[in-house]
Structure formats: structure tokens, C-alpha cells
Design a protein around this ligand. Structure first.
Ligand code: BDP
Length: 717
């Protein structure tokens, strides 16, 4: 089994011809624009010698400057800027500023406000690369797309591309606090230097905007969902406004998380009851104040009645009543509310995985038209693997917004290489069967399944002040993948990984192929060495880092790993069928039927849905216990394989980035072994089964693992 899932081919033979590489620290992300050589250089030098641009707005200037920067760095010569296109021009054109566009064989209908086309056209007999869009922001997105192509080193001769985003709101959610700590942040402090804002606007803000715009991200929630009331006071509104000014040319709107009880905590009201007219008036005045400072403010993100946060239920009002009151305050300004469905209550004895559905499903159709309900990808909490959230497909009258976690709270945090593109893809392509086969989660959130125009997707950011932004070079890929999938949720994770690897390292296939291979299996490896076969939430109490399947002492039952795995003398897993919590009934009948039986449940979700006997035979012919142990071993073996793959890439990657990844992979192998050994030691103490032949015994007794502590884990609230 080990060899079946694990076959690496290491191309050592090609090392002799390795290119020279310069030291890099990762700050430039995927916008490195390395100096082109050979045919790539001659192609660029003939196709991109000048930029023709008539549009004069701030966004057009940003597009022009990015092309100058990118092409200048790649060719060594800055392109000239002209009013009209000539041979070798990149012509950035909108209908409003370029009447000559009308005579070109291109149609801008259907591109909307943000779409663009890139096409090789002829102007006065000369070939010109046209980037056309209805609005300047489309020009910027088109310019970034062109630069992606140019960095790829391919042909630029007959380009014919049209692209429009499938999702309207493509947002990062920062869980950043006002003191610059970042909840679940593993890349250093918050990039928002609140203390020195609004006056000091450091250059990182612009580079942040560039990076996001290069992916099509068009909004950012600046502060933690566990929000402080001060975020909505005048000084902090001014600070947010300063950031909004930096981001505006890049098409990025600013949003804020709003704490439900803000008016009470600021001492301005005695109640936060959404049906109290005074409360509604307070929020209306607050919205007016914000829009005075930030005319294009996006709106509020709200975590209410969840994990101790206040909310409308404190006043016996439901989530829709709360959301709609805020929505009414924002509506005159065109703002929206993103109301999170991440709720579960300490006094609710029902399966945690069922509680959000139970609260929200009955409210379908009751939300105002500028409210989106923001739903995490799975029903519990950003686990290495979770089945898709049952609300997807269950609320056809409400726009549901996806919430992914880009920061890797449960997937090895900053040091583990666990590419999330495959996790995102797995959720997006899951079939809800809401309207028959093919009703994928992607179609729910892009609005096409139920005809919603207001659509959204959010990613909890993995960004901090670390030089490489995300805590590691490979974590940048998760930010990248999120942005690309937000633009088009049907793009595949593998294609995105290829693109990212080419931009981040080099288009040379000797690098791209092995890097992509490492990335594509890496998340499954983490599933295997942490929570195989559908296990979930068995992380330690130390910031969810490291194993803690034995933990049973936390205040709330559903915070304890033992609540999730339910291992006992007979077997392991959470029975969510009719004999258990019956969570399967929250899914379409096609799915529920399949999940009702062990034999028809996908093996990678088995213990999520069923309590399975240790000796039960799985489809592989192995017993559950043997299979569990083998999965742990496969996870460790994959990481060893990544280390070998990476070692072979030394000649192709600059020393600093090589060393970081080499070291982090070494740390990941330690983590993986620890997970494997600790979990096997613990589960064996319950299963009382011998290890399958060939499996090594854990290095230490169970008590040794139980005694491990990770104090000061970053990102702990
Ligand atoms: C959990 C995190 C916690 C967040 C919460 C949320 O552990 O820090 O506040 O989700 O999403 O994943 O609100």
C-alpha cells in the first residue's frame, strides 16, 4: 500500500544544466518579473516595447505602471508610453477613452465592470496586443494577466483571451486585532500598523494591494471577526479610510467586522436589541459616519451568537432580524452585510455539526437583499478534511458566501507544506444535489444555481509582517489559489499550482513538475498524518498545533477531541446516521442515502459519519484498525518523499528560499511522525489491537505524548 500511493521519480540527471539563481526572500511573491533570457527575451522585446494608454484614472495609471515595472524588469528596458498604439504596443483601451476600439473586431459586451479581453489585433497594419475592458479595473486585471503570460515565457503572438469573474465579492478576511496580534496568524504581526495610521501609510500597503489585485481580489475585511467595539469609533474609521485610499486604485474595497454590542459597549445605548428603533438609528448614524470617510465602504462582516460573541439572540431575535437591521443602515449607501453562519451554542446538546443548519435553514427567504450568509466550507471548523457544509444547497433564497481559511490553523500552521488548492477544489466541486446532479457548491456560491446576482467568497488571510508575507514560500500558494478560485471557482487546483510554481520559481519544467507533484498530494498527506479516514478536530489545546486526541477536560463538550472521535472498545467515529445524530438528514436524499451505510460512504469521510468497529473490513480488505495505522504511515512517508524531491531541486532554487523550504520540510517530518506516533499510541490504548505487520511501534509510551506542551503558540486568541 505504501508504494501504491507513493511513487516519486527524482530527476537527478538534469542537474548538470541547472540555471544560475539569485537570492530571494519571497517578498515579491508571484510578481517577481525575473530577467528574461533567450527566446523569452526576444519575444518580449518584440511584443511589448511600448504601452499605449489614453485612460487617465488612478486605476489606469496603476495598470500602466505595473506593466512598466514588469516589462522593464523582464527585458531590462522600460517600455515607452504613447497615446496611440504602434507596432509592439500593449494597448490599454476602454470604450470611453478609445474611440478607435470601435473599429476592432472585439466585443466588450458581457465583460461587465471587471472583465477584460486580451487579443492580438492589427492597427495600421501593425500587430498590437490589445487589453480592453469596460472599466479601468478590467485594464488592471488584464495587465496582470498579460504579465502572467509574459513571465511564463510562452508565445505572445496570437493571444485571444476573455475573462470575467464568476463571483462578485472576492474578499480576504483578516483576523487582525487592534494590538497587531493576529488570531490564527502565523506570519508575524498584523500588517495593519493601526497605531501609526492614518498618517503613516507604509509601502507594504501598496504592495498588498498589488498582490491582491493581481489575483482579482476586490475587498478586504480589515479586523478580526471577534471584533472590538473601538473598531467603529471615529479614530479607527479614519485609519480604515486611510487604507481604503491606498487600496482604491487597485479595485479593493474596505469592509469592517462589526461587534454586535458596539453601541452598548461604547456607552452610547443601553440595549443592542435589533428591533429597538434607537438601536437601528444608532447603526444608521454609524453607517452615515463611515460612508462620509469611506464613500465606497463595502459593509459589515458579523460573527454573532457564536463562541461567546454577542448577537441578536441575546434579545430573543433571530439572525435575520439582526442582519436586516444592519443591512437597512448600509442600504442607502450600497453596502452589504456578511452574516456568518459559524454558530454553535454551549447549551445546545445536539451534534455541533448540525447546529448552524438548524439555526439558519428556517430563515431562508427572510434576509434583506443586501445580506449574504457566510458559511464555512465544512460544518465544523476548517478541518484538514470536512464534508461540505449542509447549508450549501439548502438555502436557495439566500445568497451564500463561502468562507475558506487560507491561514492553516489546523493544517500545520506556518511550517507544514500543505497546499490548500486541493481542499478548496474538493469543496467547490462537491455535489449538493440541491437541484439534481451537478448542483455543485461552486454553482451555489457563484449564484448560477439559484439565480443570485449578489455572490461572494472569503478567505481568512494568512498574511502578516513576515518578509515573505505568509510565513513560508509555499503558504503563498494558498493565498494565490484562493484568489484564482475566487475569480473562477471551476479552475483546477493543479493548473493553479503550475501557474504559481512557474511564477514563484521558474517556468522551467524541471522545477515546476516536481513542485506541483509535491503540492498536489501534500494536503492528503496532512489528512493522513493528522486525521485520516474522516477523523476531525483531534488537535491539541495549544492553538490546535500538534496532536491531542486524548483531550477531554475543556469547558465545552464540543471543544474536546474525544467528542469528535468517540473511540471506545468497540470502534471509533461519530455516528451521524439515523442511529446517531442523524446529521445526514441535513443533506439531499441522494447524499443521505449514500451516507447511511458504511459500505457506500466514501472511505475518506468514514469516521465523520459512522462509528465503525475496529475489526470491520474496509474495501481495501484491511480492518479499520490496520487501515488507520497505514494511513498514518502514508502521511509520514509522503513528507519524507517531499524532502527528497525538494533536495533534488537545490540547483534550481535560490539559496534562501531553498533553505527555508528544506528546513520546514524537516520540521514537517518531525510533526508528521509525532502525530502518527501519538495518535497510534492513544488509539491503540483503546483499540487494544496489535499493530499491523511492518508498522513500527510508537517511539515513546502514550504518557510521553500526553505530556507535550506548546506554550506561546502563535495566533492564540
Ligand atoms: C475557529 C478559530 C477561532 C475563530 C473561529 C471563527 O479557532 O479562533 O474565532 O473559528 O471562525 O476556527 O469565528
Amino acid at each position: 500500500m505504501l508504494t501504491r500511493l507513493f511513487s516519486w521519480s527524482i530527476a537527478l540527471a538534469s542537474i548538470a544544466a541547472a540555471p544560475a539563481v539569485m537570492a530571494e526572500d519571497g517578498y515579491d511573491l508571484w510578481l517577481r518579473y525575473p530577467k528574461a533570457e533567450g527566446t523569452a527575451l526576444s519575444t518580449l522585446s518584440s511584443h511589448a516595447t511600448s504601452i499605449a494608454i489614453a485612460a487617465q484614472g488612478d486605476t489606469a495609471k496603476v495598470a500602466r505602471d505595473e506593466l512598466i515595472r514588469g516589462l522593464g524588469k523582464m527585458t531590462g528596458v522600460n517600455p515607452t508610453v504613447a497615446g496611440t498604439p504602434q507596432a509592439g504596443s500593449i494597448w490599454l483601451a476602454t470604450p470611453a477613452t478609445d474611440p478607435a476600439l470601435a473599429s476592432q473586431p472585439v466585443k466588450l459586451d458581457g465583460l461587465g465592470d471587471e472583465g477584460y479581453l486580451i487579443r492580438t489585433v492589427t492597427v495600421n497594419g501593425n500587430p498590437v496586443t490589445l487589453i480592453a475592458a469596460n472599466r479601468e479595473i478590467g485594464l488592471l486585471y488584464g495587465a496582470f494577466h498579460y504579465l502572467r503570460l509574459a513571465q511564463g515565457g510562452g508565445s505572445l503572438d496570437r493571444i485571444d483571451i476573455r475573462s470575467t469573474p464568476k463571483i462578485k465579492l472576492r474578499l480576504l478576511n483578516h483576523w487582525d486585532n487592534l494590538d497587531r496580534t493576529v488570531e490564527r496568524g502565523y506570519a508575524g504581526q498584523s500588517i495593519w500598523d493601526w497605531w501609526r495610521l492614518p498618517e503613516w501609510k507604509g509601502p507594504r500597503y501598496t504592495d498588498y494591494a498589488r498582490a491582491n489585485a493581481s489575483l482579482g481580489i476586490n475587498g478586504t475585511v480589515l479586523n478580526n471577526v471577534n471584533a472590538k467595539p473601538e473598531s467603529l469609533t471615529a479614530p479607527y474609521i479614519a485609519k480604515a479610510a486611510a487604507l481604503a485610499d491606498v487600496f482604491r486604485p487597485y479595485g479593493i474595497k474596505v469592509y469592517l467586522s462589526a461587534r454586535w454590542s458596539t453601541p452598548v459597549e461604547l456607552g452610547e445605548l443601553k440595549t443592542a436589541d435589533p428591533l429597538d428603533p434607537q438601536v437601528a438609528a444608532w447603526w444608521k448614524a454609524k453607517a452615515d459616519e463611515i460612508y462620509k470617510a469611506i464613500p465606497d465602504f463595502g459593509g459589515f462582516l458579523v460573527k454573532a451568537n457564536s463562541e461567546g460573541q454577542p448577537g441578536p439572540q441575546d434579545y430573543k431575535r433571530n439572525h435575520a432580524e439582526g442582519a436586516n437591521m444592519l443591512a437597512a443602515a448600509l442600504k442607502p449607501h450600497g453596502g452589504i452585510v456578511m452574516w456568518r453562519a459559524f454558530v454553535y451554542a454551549h447549551d445546545n446538546p445536539d451534534d455541533r455539526a448540525k447546529q448552524a443548519y438548524a439555526d439558519f435553514k428556517p430563515l431562508d427567504g427572510q434576509f434583506a437583499d443586501n445580506v449574504l450568509v457566510q458559511v464555512k466550507n465544512g460544518a465544523i471548523d476548517f478541518q484538514p478534511r470536512e464534508p461540505f457544509h449542509p447549508l450549501f444547497g439548502a438555502m436557495p433564497k439566500t445568497p451564500l458566501m463561502m468562507e475558506f481559511q487560507i491561514t492553516k490553523e489546523y493544517l500545520g500552521q506556518s511550517t507544514n507544506l500543505t497546499y490548500l488548492g486541493t481542499l478548496f477544489q474538493e469543496t467547490l466541486e462537491s455535489d449538493t444535489y440541491a437541484k439534481g446532479k451537478g448542483s455543485t457548491v461552486a454553482k451555489v456560491i457563484d449564484g448560477s444555481l439559484d439565480g443570485h446576482k449578489l455572490t461572494g467568497i472569503a478567505g481568512v488571510a494568512n498574511i502578516g509582517v513576515d518578509r515573505d508575507w505568509s510565513g513560508s514560500i509555499f503558504n503563498q500558494a494558498d493565498w494565490y489559489a484562493f484568489g484564482r478560485l475566487a475569480w473562477d471557482p471551476e479552475l483546477g487546483a493543479e493548473g493553479i499550482a503550475r501557474e504559481w510554481a512557474a511564477l514563484t520559481f521558474s517556468p522551467d519544467r524541471r522545477i515546476v513538475d516536481p513542485v506541483v507533484r509535491m503540492m498536489m498530494g501534500s494536503r492528503e498527506a496532512a489528512v493522513n498524518y493528522m486525521t485520516p479516514l474522516g477523523l476531525a478536530h483531534i488537535m491539541s489545546v495549544y492553538g490546535h498545533y500538534g496532536p491531542g486526541p486524548w483531550v477531554d477536560t475543556l469547558d465545552r463538550p464540543e471543544w474536546n477531541p474525544v467528542y469528535y472521535h468517540r473511540a471506545d472498545a468497540q470502534g471509533i467515529g461519530f455516528d451521524r446516521t439515523a442511529t446517531g445524530s442523524n446529521a445526514i438528514a441535513q443533506y439531499a436524499p441522494e447524499i443521505a442515502r449514500r451516507l447511511a451505510k458504511v459500505s457506500t460512504t466514501p472511505e475518506n469521510e468514514l469516521l465523520w459519519w459512522h462509528h465503525v468497529g475496529w475489526d470491520q473490513k474496509l474495501s481495501s480488505g484491511e480492518t479499520l484498525w490496520d487501515s488507520l495505522v497505514h494511513h498514518y504511515d502514508q502521511g509520514v512517508a509522503y513528507v519524507q518523499g517531499m524532502r527528497q524531491q525538494w533536495a533534488a531541486l537545490r540547483p534550481y532554487v535560490d539559496a534562501d528560499r531553498f533553505k527555508q523550504t528544506e528546513t520546514f520540510l524537516m520540521m514537517q517530518e518531525q510533526d508528521a511522525r509525532l502525530w502518527r506516533n501519538a495518535c497510534i499510541a492513544y488509539f491503540q490504548s483503546i483499540s487494544k489491537r496489535p499493530l499491523p505487520a511492518g508498522a513500527a511501534a510508537p517511539e515513546h509510551p502514550l504518557e510521553w505524548y500526553k505530556a507535550l506542551k506548546w506554550p506561546y503558540n502563535p495566533g492564540q486568541p
